[in-house]
Design a protein around this ligand. Sequence first.
Ligand SMILES: [Mg+2]
Length: 418
Amino acid sequence: MNTFESSPTLSDAPSTNRWSNSGAADPDVLRPSAQPEARQPAASPLQARQSASVQSTDQVDPRRWRGSLLAGAVADALGAPIESKPMDQIREVFGPHGITGLVPERDGIGGITDDTQMTLFTGEALIRAHARQRRAGSSDVRYSTQLAYQRWLHTQGVPWEKARGPRNPTAVPDGWLMGVPGLFKRRAPGATCFFALKGYGQTGEMGTFTHTLNNSKGCGGVMRAAPAALWSDDPAAVFEIGAMTAALTHSHPSGYLPAGALAVMVHTLVRGGSLADALAACRAQLYRWNGHEETTAALDAAVDLSGRGAPTPEKVGTLGGGNVGETALSIAVYSALATNDLNAALLVSVNHDGDSDSTGAVCGNLVGALYGEDAIEPTWLAQLEMREVVEAMAADLLAEFGPRPPADDRWATRYPND
Ligand SMILES: [Mg+2]
């Protein structure tokens, strides 16, 4: 383990359970036998920021990591045209199997949504916090993430002086993402994210695990959390950072715990783990948190359903609509477990009545990390909006969190402090 912030130490963290590393999607194998008593981590990697060591890792498979971000974006674009459309209507328009490929816009491009936009800003935030730690010896990753989301808010039409918040003296929003015109397109941003961040712009009040802003468990937290997978070699720290990014806007545990869960699953997969490994790692962290029951039950439901034959949109529908955190995670995990192919998983994850772009984005983060970028249907990748931006962010995250992070002026301009 090598984090620049200490991780929580819990005496009652689960030491063993029956989530095996077999790789089989067998519900009897994958279901835990008992749940230890939950508690909120007492010490937080967010609170101790004085450690001199900076985390890096060379254990990440770059093809799996790039696959995670790219497949997330591809599935976001796959699901975008059918978001919240009833399956009957989807079949009427696209045929009996529903959507079977990217539906390009008039310019031939498959458009991403706020899910991918915000994922890019999560990545930017983590790089900026980590680089600041290297340069200045201290950082506040929560604040860096808040400010990155305030920049996203600005891209969605809120003037910078209203978006930046009372503590930020920056006259104009900085960093390279601000120079990407495509990010300024409005793609139906989620109301919870939008209004929570607008509130920060006015008051400077940050949402945390203990300082709640609302009671939302919308899927806007989990859909943007994948970059937290690279934050640390320690799954507990990865979980907490992932959950932290979501708690800035979503105060219900089922709004932020699925984000931690996704981050830990991706963390496991990009290091070569199987889906069973990822589920076991995620479950081990979830148990430690108050309010995990809905999320763990949603994972149970996904595992159970995956043992019941071939996937159908109707089966997916029994897991929920994916518009809240735990069901978005559940549909994504089910789609991964019920298929043996990245692209098949993405199609399962978007063809249902619910929040198709978000369930797709989360599923893409998982199966991209499982199968790697080479498994993504090339014609979909070729049509993906801002493919090069997603690839650049994936590469930058690998560089910053790798063994030799850049220290040149170009990097400091690309990723300024805070
Ligand atoms: Mg969306």
